[in-house]
Design a protein around this ligand. Structure first.
Ligand code: ADP
Length: 275
C-alpha cells in the first residue's frame, strides 16, 4: 500500500454532477507524483478530499495506512502540507519571519525553539536575507518560497502543490520548480504536484491524468507523454520538447528520444558536435 491510497472515490458538490467519480490511485512514499488535467477535471477536489476539507460521498482514503475518518482527521492533517496557487492569499505574517512562525505558533512550538526552525527552512528556500522583509517587497516566486518554508516547518510527510506555480511569471515558476525538485532530491518527503500544465509532467516519478472527474491514465512520464492523441483529446497537448523533436524528425534530424527539455538540449549539443 502506498503512503496515499484512494479507492473508488466519489464526490459531488451539488448532489447531481460528480466532480470526482470512481477515482482510485496509489502514491508511493517518497515519490514525486504529478496529477495533471484540464481545468475542472477534479484535481483540486481530490486535494481537498485528501485533507478532509471536503467529505467524500463514497469510497476510501488511506493516508500512511490510516483510514481518513473524523477520528483520524487531525493526525492525518499533521502529515500533509499544502501550497496553493495564489501567493498573496497565503501570506499571513507582517514579515517573512512572522509568516513562517505562524504555523509553528499554532502547533504550540515554544518561542525559544522557533528561531532555529525558521532559520533552517528559510535557508532551504533561499529566503534567509529576506527574513525581516515585508510581503509587499517580495516577488510572487519569493512569496511562494516563504509559503513552502512555512509548510515545511510543520515537518509534513506529504507536500501537495496545488497549481503553486500557475500565477507566477516565468522566473518565479522556475524558482519554485527548482525548490520543489531540490526538496524531492534532498528528503524523503512525498510530493504531489497538481497542475494543468503538461510541461510539468516530464520530471516526475509518476503521473496521474484526470479528465472530467475520473482518472484516465496512470504511469511513468515517458509512457504518458507518448499518448499524444489521448492527451490532445483531453486538452492537455504534449510538451514543447516533444513537439520540437517531432519537427526535427520530419526534417530528417535524428536524435535519441528524450522527454525533458534538458535532455533535448543535451541531445542537440551532441548532434551539433558530430556535424
Ligand atoms: P480542477 O482542480 O481540475 O480545475 P476542480 O476540482 O476545481 O477541478 O473542479 C472539479 C469540478 O467541480 C468542476 O466541474 C468544478 O466546476 C466543480 N467545482 C469545483 N469547486 C466547486 C464548488 N465550490 N462548488 C461547486 N462546484 C465546484
Amino acid at each position: 500500500m502506498g503512503i496515499i491510497t484512494v479507492k473508488n472515490l466519489d464526490f459531488s458538490y451539488d448532489n447531481e454532477t460528480m466532480a470526482v467519480h470512481g477515482v482510485s490511485f496509489s502514491i508511493e512514499k517518497g515519490s514525486y507524483t504529478t496529477i495533471v488535467g484540464h481545468n475542472g477535471s477534479g484535481k483540486s477536489t481530490i486535494a481537498k478530499l485528501l485533507l478532509g476539507l471536503l467529505e467524500k460521498k463514497s469510497g476510501e482514503i488511506f493516508i500512511d495506512d490510516l483510514p481518513l475518518t473524523q477520528e483520524n482527521l487531525q493526525k492525518i492533517r499533521s502529515k500533509i502540507g499544502i501550497v496553493f496557487q495564489n501567493p498573496d492569499n497565503q501570506f499571513i505574517g507582517s514579515t517573512v519571519r512572522d509568516d513562517i512562525a505562524f504555523g509553528l505558533e499554532n502547533h504550540q512550538v515554544p518561542q525559544q525553539e522557533m528561531d532555529p526552525i525558521i532559520d533552517e527552512f528559510a535557508k532551504k528556500v533561499k529566503m534567509t536575507e529576506f527574513l525581516n522583509s515585508e510581503p509587499i517587497k517580495l516577488s510572487g516566486g519569493q512569496k511562494q518560497r516563504v509559503a513552502i518554508a512555512g509548510v515545511l516547518a510543520m515537518k509534513p510527510e506529504i507536500l501537495i502543490f496545488d497549481e503553486a506555480t500557475s500565477m507566477l511569471d516565468p522566473q518565479g515558476k522556475d524558482e519554485i520548480k527548482k525548490v520543489i525538485h531540490d526538496l524531492h532530491e534532498d528528503s524523503t518527503i512525498t510530493i504531489i504536484s497538481i497542475t494543468h500544465d503538461i510541461e510539468e509532467v516530464a520530471k516526475s516519478d509518476d503521473v496521474i491524468v484526470m479528465d472530467k472527474g475520473k482518472v484516465v491514465l496512470t504511469g511513468k512520464p515517458e509512457e504518458i507523454l507518448l499518448k499524444e492523441k489521448q492527451l490532445i483529446s483531453m486538452k492537455l497537448d504534449i510538451p514543447f520538447s516533444l513537439k520540437l523533436q517531432k519537427a526535427l524528425k520530419t526534417n530528417g534530424i535524428k536524435i535519441k528520444e528524450t522527454i525533458t527539455m534538458e535532455g533535448l538540449v543535451d541531445e542537440l549539443c551532441q548532434y551539433a558536435s558530430k556535424k
